[in-house]
Design a protein around this ligand. Structure first.
Ligand SMILES: [Zn+2]
Length: 470
């Protein structure tokens, strides 16, 4: 592993000091791992990942009623283009989605568009008119897009202080349809006349960068029972990313190279994700690109993001929510995975603690579609408590990783003991499940993912070749 980390450092040094998605430092890191995996006998492939590199509004938007009574609204006063909106010129009937009009007594009385079921009667090709309230705009737009909306007009909810149009960025550039935000008066007026024919136009430019996930799969093992383990390979632009996440990447790579010598019972698929630092994009797009049948074959997913922090703690993802903080428990099986890691530390008489199963690393997209997951973490910018210093050693009152997302995340930013122990845990858990999945409860297929609209979209895809993603 030390050799892998030295190579990652050398690659960063030769390429502007980092290994960020879309840069030569990332591509060379991927090629380094891919070559070793190919030589070890793995079936090696890559899947495409897109990420936004810029967004610009090229012209003011247009919004006007065509019929029954023509009326033109004033851009950047009555309404404005939502950040990350696609470009488009749409004339269609407007359809109100689950609005509360007149507005409720308190902010977020409206839950308009937050549930896919809000769009049950929505006619594809129409313009969705969606009130502010309760959930993020991106969630409303995701549901609208899935329901076939040709454009989205958001409007403010209507309570005092919640009437004007304002600027925001929806943070998702892949909808590809016009999205504008109007003040309450406009929304209220459009909602009042069923059958209104509306014209919406936005002129924007979305710049898209491309990178890749690296996938390596054993040639042996039951292809209907896939054990997946992953780590993000990209760093931030600020540094070489040796702890974040050279540590997980190197542990995973060495585990794969060693496991290649064993006749595994279940297929083992390793993933080195791209563009995690840009919002889990590699893992997200990978899971999105799988058919339901392909998802059903993945029996569990193990994640390793920062496993050698200099002021480390031995933290296991709290898959059963026994700590009762933050996010709820993961899909059935996540508790058992947590137990597997607990047993590893117990056997070595090492202390461990849970860490919130927040979904904020590459396991997030997996648990979202019902695949059980687990993994390890040695801490990032958080501060070590005195209790943790007693459990793990190190320095209380200091960050677990003082060089988190900084230029100093280099070869010296690794605790060799933590990396050694955790890479053994990684190998042990992966090998355990490669031979024995009896601890993981069988899960009902398709039903688990019914709550995810993106999953439903992908489930309708047919005949995606095994292993191919987006
Ligand atoms: Zn990370």
């Amino acid at each position: 592993m030390t050799k892998h980390l030295q190579e990652f450092q050398r690659i960063a040094d030769a390429n502007s000091g980092n290994r960020a998605a879309g840069t030569p430092g990332y591509d060379k890191s991927l090629e380094y791992a891919a070559q070793k995996l190919r030589r070890a006998g793995y079936r090696v492939s890559t899947t495409d990942v897109e990420f936004p590199t810029g967004w610009a509004e090229l012209a003011p938007p247009e919004l006007n009623v065509v019929a029954p009574t023509p009326k033109t609204y004033t851009p950047n006063v009555d309404f404005l283009t939502v950040g990350s909106s696609g470009s488009g010129d749409v004339t269609a009937e407007v359809q109100v989605v689950d609005a509360v009009l007149p507005p409720g007594p308190t902010p977020s009385t409206s839950t308009a568009g937050c549930e896919a079921s809000d769009f049950a009667g929505f006619v594809a090709g129409r313009i969705a008119l969606i009130q502010r309230g309760t959930c993020p705009y991106v969630q409303k737009a995701t549901n609208a897009k899935a329901a076939g909306a040709a454009a989205v007009v958001f409007f403010n909810e209507g309570q005092p202080g919640r009437t004007e149009a304002y600027n925001f960025d929806i943070g998702e550039w892949r909808f590809g349809i016009p999205i504008v935000f109007a003040d309450f008066a406009v929304g209220n007026e459009l909602a009042a006349t069923p059958g209104t024919q509306l014209h919406v136009k936005t002129s924007t430019r979305v710049d898209v960068g491309r990178t890749k996930n690296l996938i390596a799969e054993t040639r042996t093992g039951d292809p209907n029972k896939v054990v997946m383990a992953g780590a993000h390979l990209d760093s931030v632009h600020e540094g070489a990313g040796i702890n974040d996440n050279g540590s997980g990447s190197a542990g995973l790579l060495e585990t794969a190279l060693q496991l290649a010598k064993l006749p595994v019972k279940h297929k083992v698929r390793f993933a080195w994700w791209g563009a995690e630092e840009l919002g889990l994009l590699g893992s997200n797009q990978y899971v999105e690109g799988l058919s339901q049948a392909q998802r059903d074959k993945i029996k569990l997913y193990l994640n390793f993001d920062m496993i050698g922090s200099p002021n480390f703690g031995y933290f296991i993802y709290d898959g059963d929510n026994s700590d009762n903080v933050g996010s709820p428990a993961g899909p059935p099986g996540s508790a058992q995975i947590e137990k597997t890691f607990e047993r590893f530390y117990q056997k070595r008489d090492l202390n461990f603690r849970g860490t919130d199963f927040s979904g904020r690393s590459d396991y997030g997209p997996f648990i979202e579609v019902g695949i059980p997951a687990g993994g390890l973490f040695t801490g990032a910018e958080g501060i070590k408590t005195p209790e943790e210093a007693t459990l793990f050693g190190g320095t209380a009152g200091q960050a677990y990783d003082p060089c988190y997302h900084a230029a100093c995340d280099g070869l010296n930013n690794i605790n060799a003991t933590a990396l050694d122990v955790n890479s053994d845990a990684l190998a042990w858990a992966t090998a355990t499940y490669a031979y024995d999945l009896s601890a993981i409860p069988p899960r009902a297929t398709a039903a688990n993912t019914a709550k995810s609209s993106t999953a439903k979209t992908a489930a309708t895809q047919v005949a995606v070749p095994e292993g191919a993603a987006s």
